[in-house]
Ligand binder design. Structure first.
Ligand code: TYD
Ligand code: ZN
Length: 409
């Protein structure tokens, strides 16, 4: 689906750069599927009118979220803890003291967040269109409806369960092209004093760190407080809090409620001011970002080419969605990176999208240490570096590219 107008406000938009032909970021495939591999042009635009950063083209949702969606939230220990904290902050914050509250999560994946509410016996409902991950949630006893959220589903849920005290979403809102439809659904489903809390990768971090790998098919939007406030205002919802998170390499957690229903934190205006200072409202900022992406690509390929010439063995660490943008945009091939180690069984034995680098189980990484590990899962760097002391002790080094390209011990 190509859009030459802003998905939120309808103003004409055009791409300020292109990452070129790109496959589905989570589209791990077998060799015989290469001939049918789907490609689209990955190119971002910035709407000068409402400040929404967005893709000009996005594949049909059914191509991305389906019966074999390769992404299971619960693979990271750190993310388990993150969502336990997130859930606790909702239970002890806006839900505290409420009788029989009802919590809905949009894009509940394998239940990593809702399991915390379930354990406390709270009424909850997950909405998850990807069949396999929804099944994994149900197996844990988490109520899950297999569907895409929008106006209609909001009506159905309200009719069956009543309105929600809290609606949550993590790394989901930025996936949904019809943001207005979802906002309308949220406004319909939410109690007059309810809260809608969601978090997603943050535009300010992406620009500051040149972490362009946040840009891939699923992330149709990269939000800022400014753009979120504008997008939801027309649906009667206002941002009452904005809290930076370290997850996914820098995220923002937005809390919204029906306008006037709850006090607005000082953090909101402070963050908007910070965005202004950073120049997130200026088109020139995005041209600077484009140049930074090009420089990052040149430097990373120089490191990988040198390693290849020197006969070094390089292995990728973490077959992330983000790595698809990096490998395809930079032109990384199996001659640079022998394989990508990943702990997710559904990805193993397959090829990475576009670059067709084999994905192998973690045991292949530990079996024979490579000279270098290219840290594709850089958002989990702390957890990984802590775990991989034996690799470091054996002289293994990490190739990193966010915020700067380099080789680190
Ligand atoms: P994720 O952080 O969700 O990134 P993205 O949103 O870009 O897909 O994915 C992390 C991937 O890295 C996932 O496939 C699991 C893998 N992984 C490992 O193989 N080992 C690890 O120690 C960690 C933390 C992740
Ligand atoms: Zn707009």
């Amino acid at each position: 689906m190509k859009s030459d107008t802003c998905r939120v406000c309808g103003t004409p938009i055009s791409k300020f750069m292109t990452f070129g032909r790109m496959p589905i970021a989570n589209g791990f495939l077998m060799a015989e599927e290469i001939k049918d591999e789907y490609f689209f042009e990955l190119a971002p635009a910035f709407c000068e009118s409402c400040n929404m950063f967005q893709l000009v083209e996005q594949p049909e949702p059914e191509k991305m979220f389906h019966g074999h969606y390769a992404f299971y939230s619960s693979t990271s220990r750190y993310m388990q803890a993150h969502f336990a904290h997130f859930a606790a902050s909702v239970m002890d914050g806006p839900l505290a003291g409420r009788t029989d509250p009802f919590v809905v999560e949009l894009g509940s994946n394998d239940g990593i967040m809702l399991q915390n509410f379930h354990q406390r016996g709270m009424r909850h409902l997950g909405v998850e269109p990807s069949v396999n991950v929804a099944e994994a949630a149900r197996a844990k006893g988490i109520n899950t409806v297999g569907a895409f959220f929008g106006r209609d589903l909001a009506g159905k849920i309200t009719a069956e369960h009543g309105q929600a005290d809290a609606i949550l979403a993590a790394n989901v809102m930025c996936h949904i092209p019809d943001l207005n439809g979802v906002a309308e659904g949220v406004a319909r489903l939410l109690k007059p004093d309810g809260v809608f809390i969601f978090e997603d990768p943050y535009l300010g971090d992406m620009i500051a760190k040149t972490s362009y790998d946040q840009i891939y098919d699923e992330h149709v939007f990269i939000f800022s407080v400014t753009s979120v406030a504008r997008a939801f205002a027309s649906h009667g919802l206002e941002v009452i809090d904005a809290e930076p998170q370290i997850t996914h390499g820098g995220s923002m957690r937005y809390t919204l409620s029906p306008k006037g229903a709850r006090p607005v934190s000082e953090r909101v205006a402070a963050q908007v001011a910070k965005e202004h200072e950073q120049g997130l409202q200026k088109p020139q900022t995005y041209l600077g970002f484009k140049r930074n992406c090009e420089t990052s690509r040149e430097k990373l390929m120089a490191v990988l080419e040198t390693a290849r010439k020197d006969g070094k063995r390089v292995v990728g660490y973490g077959a992330t969605s983000k790595s698809t943008t990096v490998t395809c945009y930079c032109g990384i091939t199996p001659t640079h990176v022998q394989f990508i180690s990943d702990t997710t069984p559904i990805k193993q034995g397959k090829l990475s999208p576009g670059a067709h680098i084999p994905v192998k189980p973690y045991s292949e990484f530990t079996r024979a240490w490579p000279d270098y590990a290219l840290l594709f899962a850089w958002n989990h760097a702390a957890e990984i570096r802590e775990k991989e002391t034996a690799f470091a002790a054996a002289g293994g080094r990490w190739i990193v590219y966010v915020p700067e390209v380099g080789i680190v011990a």
